[in-house]
Design a protein around this ligand. Structure first.
Ligand code: ACM
Length: 259
């Protein structure tokens, strides 16, 4: 299975431009699963709720239409982050396939000012069994809670698609541990660039990457430039949870001792 990670540099609020720039990047490579950043179509640094209200879309909105068109043309799957207009506003990501919405994840661990605009995700951590593999999703700051990746792995995910907009420096290295401790592939996809809006200046750190179940960084992109990287992976490697012949990482857990 080929995964493509698409590291973009969105312009805040310019949904149509951000979408067409991202699609142009996606068109330039062939993959079974494309992963885009968190909030890739809107930008990240919302100043107030009215901006969220203006830019958020339903899960079957304009961005979904464009992405499913691409997925149909290429017979592939796409994961992308977007501001979701549901019963409340959520910082969500969608997994789409040819002509269909496979599922949505709504970010559970909100970061910084996201808490002013978005509700805590209410869909748990779903895992989707597809012809290309079992795919789970988490979003950016979920990385700092090991329970997020663990839950996805315990539910059978072979690949964690992880749309991100990183401003702290730790996540690219931390995902090596998340992959290793759960023996899963991770496709962490960040953006680059700066968003100075209102009184809040944010710089995004790029370094999107694909990490193997053994914690190998298969590809890692630049900290400042947009880019694409592809890895051809054997998803079944994520089914082997033995670290040594004596250490099965899941069977040896001691949940009765954990709080
Ligand atoms: C983040 O969760 N966007 C840092």
């Amino acid at each position: 299975m080929k995964i493509a990670i698409i590291q973009t540099k969105p312009i805040f609020g310019k949904v149509k431009i951000n979408l067409s720039d991202s699609l142009a990047m996606m068109e330039s490579t062939t993959a079974d699963l494309y992963v885009l950043p968190e909030l890739f179509n809107t930008g990240y640094n919302f100043v107030d709720l009215s901006e969220v209200q203006t830019l958020a879309e339903k899960s079957d909105g304009y961005t979904f239409q464009k992405m499913t068109e691409f997925a149909k043309k290429r017979n592939c799957y796409v994961v992308y982050g977007f501001a979701e207009k549901g019963e409340m506003f959520f910082n969500s990501c969608a997994l789409v396939g040819p002509d269909r919405l496979v599922g949505v994840y709504r970010k559970i661990h909100l970061f910084y000012r996201e808490k002013l605009f978005f509700a805590t995700g209410n869909l748990g951590y779903p895992v989707f069994d597809l012809p290309i593999g079992r795919i789970g999703m988490m979003i950016c700051f979920d990385w700092i809670y090991p329970e997020a990746a663990r839950t996805l792995a315990l539910k059978g995910a072979q690949v964690i698609a992880h749309p991100s907009n990183l401003v702290l420096s730790y996540c690219p290295d931390a995902m090596v541990t998340r992959s290793l401790e759960n023996r899963v592939f991770a496709a962490m996809v960040d953006r680059v660039g700066i968003e100075n809006r209102g009184n809040v200046d944010l710089r995004f750190i790029g370094q999107s990457e694909i990490v193997s179940p053994k914690g190998e960084i298969l590809v890692r992109l630049d900290a400042e430039k947009t880019g694409i990287a592809v890895a051809d992976i054997d998803v079944s490697l994520a089914d082997n949870k033995f670290a040594t012949e004596y250490n099965h990482l899941f069977n040896d857990r001691k949940p009765e001792l954990y709080l």
